[in-house]
Design a binder for this molecule. Structure first.
Ligand code: 5AD
Ligand code: FES
Length: 331
């Protein structure tokens, strides 16, 4: 068992190539060569929160806001299912227009397409999490972002770390597959704190870990900060793979924003999941959490083809199943 000092030493290793190779070997041994694709639908960029780093924070008056209609969202999901995706991820800002009954109806409609369904819609009540699960949601994604409580409080003026932690425990308890994760390179974040984050994610028993570099957005209070490097993000992800050998780990889109081959580099350093964007038209431009997001001029089919070619070019195959943690089947 690795303790916090071991994790810190791994994160700071001088042999980055060796670290990535080890993570890649563990990935191969525990989860194999399949890369699981999750079709990501960004269905609303309206958000009640004001996270200092995020481009769709409520205080960003320059953001062009949109909200898909229920039918538009369900049709986007249907198209993704028809294209062969076995997991649909519904992601949005914390947009309370999508209340319990609306969301349950949407979940029930999308679940008819024989897909695993993941929600990524932020903090809700136990009653809501329960209802979404009963309606058919299989998985939930919500990053803890950082376990440094002081830093968390600075970055999230309206939110509480304890509340978010409680939400993650509730989600897990309800039988969702739980994805969480962090950003690295946040202003004031130390390497010790990142080591602590990884231990935390292991302790709460996540099924998936999303790790991305913080990228400063020009319309946010953090616009003049430095941001995280690709190297730090890849290292952190590789150490996560060593700590939790059999979980799902996505090659995150933010990594691709820093380097045109960022996601491929991640797939060779421990990652086994990619989340292609299947949002249509201009919406993907407007869902700008951070700048430099790839593929904002592409359409779903183009990303599917492009990623398929890229994944095969590094000797990997596209997963044909649902790709749940430990083969867990959807509802
Ligand atoms: N840079 C990188 N990642 C960001 N996220 C939000 N804003 C940024 C940013 N400026 C990440 C958060 C959130 C996820 C959906 O996107 O970690 O949980
Ligand atoms: Fe979108 Fe390559 S993944 S064009």
């Amino acid at each position: 068992m690795l303790n916090k000092t071991d994790v810190l030493n791994l994160l700071q290793t001088e042999d980055e190539v060796g670290l990535f190779k080890k993570a890649d070997e563990i990935r191969h041994a525990y989860v194999g060569d399949e890369v699981h694709l999750r079709a990501l639908i960004e269905f609303s960029n309206i958000c009640r929160n004001n996270c200092l780093y995020c481009g769709i924070r409520k205080g960003n008056e320059k953001a062009i806001r949109y909200r898909m209609s229920e039918d538009e969202l369900v049709q986007t999901a249907q198209k993704a299912a028809d294209m062969g995706f076995k997991t649909i991820v519904m992601q949005s800002g914390e947009d309370m227009y999508f209340n319990m009954s609306r969301l349950c109806r949407i979940i029930e409609r999308i679940k008819k397409f024989d897909v695993a369904l993941t929600l990524s819609i932020g903090e809700r009540s136990l009653e809501e999490y329960k209802a979404f699960r009963e309606a058919g949601a299989d998985r939930y994604l919500m990053r803890i972002e950082t376990t440094d409580k002081k830093l968390y409080a600075k970055l999230h003026p309206q939110q509480s770390w304890d509340k978010r932690h409680e939400c993650l425990l509730m989600i897990k308890e309800l039988g969702y597959e739980l994805g969480s994760g962090i950003m690295v390179g946040l202003p004031g974040q130390s390497m010790e704190s990142i080591a602590g984050d990884l231990i935390y994610l292991k302790d709460i028993g996540i099924d998936m870990a999303g790790i991305g570099p913080f990228i400063p957005h020009g319309q946010t209070p953090l616009k003049d900060e430095k941001g995280g490097t690709l190297s730090l993000a890849l290292r952190t992800m590789a150490v996560m793979r060593i700590l939790m050998p059999d979980i799902n780990i996505p090659a995150t889109t933010a990594m691709e924003s820093l380097h045109p081959r960022g996601r491929l580099m991640a797939l060779k350093a421990g990652a086994n999941v990619v989340m292609p964007n299947v949002t249509e038209g201009d919406y993907r431009k407007f869902y700008e959490l951070y700048p430099g997001k790839p593929c904002t001029d592409e359409q779903p089919k183009q990303c599917q083809t492009c990623l398929g070619i890229k994944i095969q070019s590094i000797g990997r195959t596209i997963g044909t199943g649902y790709g749940g943690h430990n083969g867990k089947k959807p509802l």
